[in-house]
Design a protein around this ligand. Structure first.
Ligand SMILES: Nc1ncnc2c1ncn2[C@@H]1O[C@H](COP(=O)(O)OP(=O)(O)OP(=O)(O)O)[C@@H](O)[C@H]1O
Ligand SMILES: [Mg+2]
Length: 306
């Protein structure tokens, strides 16, 4: 990380566009990712996330606009940049006849990384136990861990991960969160995509929500949720209050039944919760405040139904 200039952004995009035939995959995106930032790119299937990230990685050429990565243009393929970038693509290629360790050693050798680095990375992604298994018989999630290991083995300062947790089980997902947080703690920049909104909320400093090739929102998860003013939902055990009674509570905007709960939506959570306490007691009452997923669904909903 010797070349890092902390004042210089990791990525600067200006009006980047990419079209495939009739499909405008990226429709004019401008954004900046700071050094050391954990940046999430979110959006529905086909929104253009992978296309955008592959342009930044130098794997695809933009039709127009400018792209700067660590102060350099990534296209045409920039050999000075390659060792500084770690790339896990959505469809990773493997040496399937090799074992996991042999595969990673082969990748590591390209960067001049030796045995120790390979073992450390296998351990980091939880693959030591499967290191001698051939890639072709690894499970989907194990293969994904190997793809992530291949992106990290040379200690890159800017890391791109395209849906790294898609095939991981819940425990493996949490384990990867730890790895990613540790990498961020070392000052590395991470750009990643996910469809797990809870995960993006937990990990990202900022997220860009992309719909049909354009950024429709870009901010920290906290500020996006705060600005959305989505209602709080109070879930009351259904045997303790009726819908009719709940509807008479002042400040209850909408009441419905979901499973074994009466759900009260409100923008005045405090007074409504107090009223619920008087009518039904607060035992077993759950409160659900707005999340990034609510914001996301609101922003992407109309597009999904188009
Ligand atoms: N090589 C290609 N040739 C033609 N069209 C493409 C190509 N790659 C992507 N597309 C199209 O561009 C659009 C954006 O695709 P992209 O893969 O960037 O979306 P995405 O946001 O990554 O989606 P997902 O969440 O499913 O991974 C889609 O309509 C897709 O069909
Ligand atoms: Mg994609």
């Amino acid at each position: 990380m010797t070349q890092a200039r902390p004042d210089e952004p990791a990525i600067v995009l200006e009006d980047v566009r990419k079209r495939y035939g009739d499909v405008q995959a990226v429709a004019g995106i401008s954004l900046t990712v700071g050094r050391g930032e954990f940046f999430g790119v979110l959006g529905p299937n086909g929104a253009g996330k992978t296309t955008l990230i592959e342009i930044v990685e130098g794997l695809r050429e933009a039709d127009s606009g400018s792209v700067s990565v660590l102060g350099l243009p990534p296209w045409p393929r920039n050999m000075a940049l390659l060792p500084r970038l770690g790339v896990q693509t959505q469809s990773s290629a493997f040496f399937t006849r090799l074992t996991a360790r042999e595969h990673l050693s082969t990748v590591a050798a390209l960067y001049g990384v030796g045995r120790q680095g390979v073992e450390r990375t296998l351990s980091m992604v939880g693959l030591l136990g499967q290191a001698d298994i051939r890639v072709e018989v690894l499970s989907g999630g194990q293969r994904q861990r190997l793809a992530i290991a291949s992106a990290l083995v040379h200690g890159p300062e800017l890391i791109f991960l395209d849906e790294p947790t898609a095939a991981l089980d819940p425990q493996a997902r949490r384990d990867l969160w730890k790895v990613l947080r540790a990498l961020k703690g070392e000052g590395r920049t991470i750009v990643y995509t996910t469809h797990h909104l809870d995960e993006a909320e937990a990990l990202c400093d900022r997220v860009a929500i992309v719909v049909a090739g354009s950024v429709v929102a870009l901010d920290s998860p906290g500020r996006l949720v705060g600005a959305a003013k989505a209602p709080t939902r109070l879930l009351v055990p259904a045997d303790r209050i009726t819908v009719e009674r709940a509807e008479r509570i002042e400040g209850a905007d909408r009441v419905c039944v979901e499973g074994d709960s009466v759900v009260i939506e409100t923008r005045a959570a405090g007074p409504v919760l107090a009223a619920v306490g008087e009518v039904a007691g607060l035992d077993g009452v759950r409160t659900r405040t707005a999340t990034l997923e609510d914001v996301y669904l609101e922003l992407t909903g109309s597009e999904q139904h188009a």
